[in-house]
Design a protein around this ligand. Structure first.
Ligand code: SF4
Length: 304
């Protein structure tokens, strides 16, 4: 099936990444998120349309031969990749020929408390888990999870997985206006993330037209949300919305104050600070009042 592979996609974070769709025929998911880019579909707890391990592995092998220098093989799906029934076997197979190429999965984490999911994910080089909500009410409303999925089990599963996994564990939070941006919801997410201590937390918002009429937050609102989290958490604002904001003037004190609340990437700084303020930021960097830190491949600037 030719639509198993997509990309390669270039990104600053993952370099050249080859996407692998474990559900190329149709959407098969245990969530039906309000912000999903795919058409709404009935949720399920197991795929009913399953492509063989051989077919997927062959497609990956051929793509690796065709596109040289792939940095990441990214397991994803038109839906949820951990519902693929032969995930562990597929990863074993990919590991036999991937060489130095790294493997990554993007999952909604609804099955992370399942032993079978953990067994498969432990064999990957990097794992990215979504966590939009820390409360069941929010999960039901925003992610419209399949019956029986409990946010407390997801959180417990994440903690259990983190205790065993040695690779980078990244958490992705998608902020949707009025649905999971309240102070209460963020406080609960914050409390849990302080316990989990993931390698990095990417917070973003809706970048593409979703299935339902839900609204993104602005870059400024994302930044405000990021300030609600504990400043020790490695939060990265991953949003294309940066282009929407106009750069402002920041004094030295304001630059230091901003970077003490939340470390920012060069991209954030270029979006937020006007030209003069960027010069001031560089000067502060030279004076070692600001330092560069690298978190799982992303460079941040923070107040010393
Ligand atoms: S988990 Fe992903 S694929 Fe599933 S409904 Fe949500 S956004 Fe869509």
């Amino acid at each position: 099936m030719s639509n198993i592979i997509f990309g390669p996609i270039h990104s600053r974070r993952f370099g050249k990444s080859l996407g692998v769709d474990l559900s190329p025929g149709k959407k098969q998911c245990n969530f039906d998120c309000l912000y999903c880019e795919l058409d709404p579909a009935k949720t399920m707890d197991a795929y009913d349309d399953v492509v063989s391990v051989e077919e997927i592995a062959t497609a990956v092998k051929n793509a690796l031969a065709e596109y040289k220098d792939i940095d990441f093989i990214t397991l994803t799906a038109n839906g949820e990749p951990t519902l693929y029934p032969h995930l562990s076997e597929l990863i074993d197979e990919i590991n036999t020929f991937k060489g130095t190429t790294k493997t990554l999965i993007l999952t909604n984490a609804a099955t992370i408390d399942d032993e079978k999911t953990q067994e498969a994910l432990l064999k990957l080089d990097e794992v990215k888990l979504s966590l939009d909500c820390a409360t069941q009410k929010c999960l039901k409303k925003l992610d419209r999870s399949h019956s029986g999925i409990d946010v407390e089990n997801i959180k417990a599963g994440m903690l259990d997985f983190k205790s065993k996994y040695t690779g980078p564990l990244v958490i992705e939070i998608l902020i949707v206006k009025t649905l999971n941006d309240s102070k209460d919801e963020i406080a609960k997410l914050n409390e849990f993330l302080l316990q989990l201590q993931p390698t990095r937390i990417d917070i973003g918002t809706i970048d593409r037209p979703p299935a339902f009429d839900v609204k993104p937050v602005s870059f400024k609102e994302l930044l405000d949300v990021s300030h609600l989290f504990d400043s020790t958490l490695p939060i990265y604002i991953a949003s294309r919305k940066k282009a929407d904001i106009s750069a402002s003037r920041y004094s030295n004190e304001e630059i230091l104050e901003t970077l003490s609340k939340r470390p920012l990437t060069q991209e954030d700084i270029e979006a937020l600070f006007d030209e003069e303020s960027q010069k001031r930021w560089k000067q502060l960097l030279e004076e070692e009042k600001i330092k560069r830190v690298s978190t799982n491949g992303v460079i941040f600037y923070k107040k010393v």
